[in-house]
Design a protein around this ligand. Structure first.
Ligand SMILES: C[S@@+](CC[C@H](N)C(=O)[O-])C[C@H]1O[C@@H](n2cnc3c(N)ncnc32)[C@H](O)[C@@H]1O
Length: 220
């Protein structure tokens, strides 16, 4: 399934909705690799929250997103400290200048990326050997809660992988607007391994039911 810039039509809404979210990645001590002076890619950067955080810690940041409307929000919210690039993470030949990154971060975006294996291969292709790759995702084993947040289609189940949307979903949330992609945890782990991204750490922030999952990998 080709990725389309679904967020182009919802950039104003998403910027407001996510404005006060703390970064899950930044909240985890020691999950990110070295930043000062390092070239770091923020994949699916959206409105640039994490990009600005990384740049504020001295990284030389490229923020990549498929949606020009989201990148416009990012550029307006910053002070030119991040280079924002429009592109599809699965197609690095279209946007990457060929200079390898020392690290890559991706905050809460795999649910919006249609080609999981292509995205992981794209990330790996742009990293130097030994570089780190950190991501936060909605936990693939999360069945949803009263606000309608869920990894898989609510009327189906954990086995239902791929893109889904649900017209009866939380009217205040993202999935009723842009849909979502669900992948089993085994699919994520196989995808990372196939891309040559070696798992170093998995984090499940404390919750009664699993809600978020973070990983840190190293490019072999
Ligand atoms: C939920 S937003 C996350 C934005 C940001 N990382 C944050 O923490 O708020 C998901 C983003 O993924 C982007 N996206 C989806 N598919 C993509 C792709 N193939 N390549 C690059 N960005 C993509 C969307 O345009 C959207 O801005």
């Amino acid at each position: 399934v080709p990725s389309t810039a679904r967020y182009d039509g919802f950039a104003d809404w998403y910027e407001q909705w996510s404005r006060d979210w703390p970064s899950l990645i930044a909240a985890q001590d020691g999950l990110l690799g070295p930043l000062a002076g390092r070239r770091v890619l923020d994949v699916a950067c959206g409105q640039g929250r994490l990009s600005r955080y990384l740049a504020g810690r001295g990284a030389v940041v490229v923020g990549l997103d498929l949606s020009e409307a989201m990148l416009d929000k990012a550029r307006r919210a910053g002070r030119g400290e991040v280079r924002y690039v429009r592109g599809d993470v699965t197609r690095p030949d279209d946007w990457w200048d060929g200079e390898p990154f020392d690290g890559c971060a991706c905050e809460l975006a795999f649910i919006d990326i249609d080609d999981l294996y292509g995205a992981l291969a794209g990330v790996a292709a742009t990293l130097r050997p030994g570089a780190w790759f950190v991501a936060s995702i909605l936990h693939p084993c999360f069945p949803g809660n009263e606000t309608g947040l869920s990894s898989w289609p609510p009327d189906e189940g954990y086995e239902a992988e791929g893109w889904w949307t649900s017209p009866g979903h939380d009217p205040d949330g993202a999935r009723i607007r842009v849909g979502g992609n669900h992948w089993k945890i085994s699919t994520y782990l196989i995808g990372l391994a196939d891309a040559g991204l070696q798992l170093e750490r998995l984090v499940e922030p404390s919750a009664t039911v699993p809600t978020f999952l973070l990983w840190r990998c190293r490019r072999g």
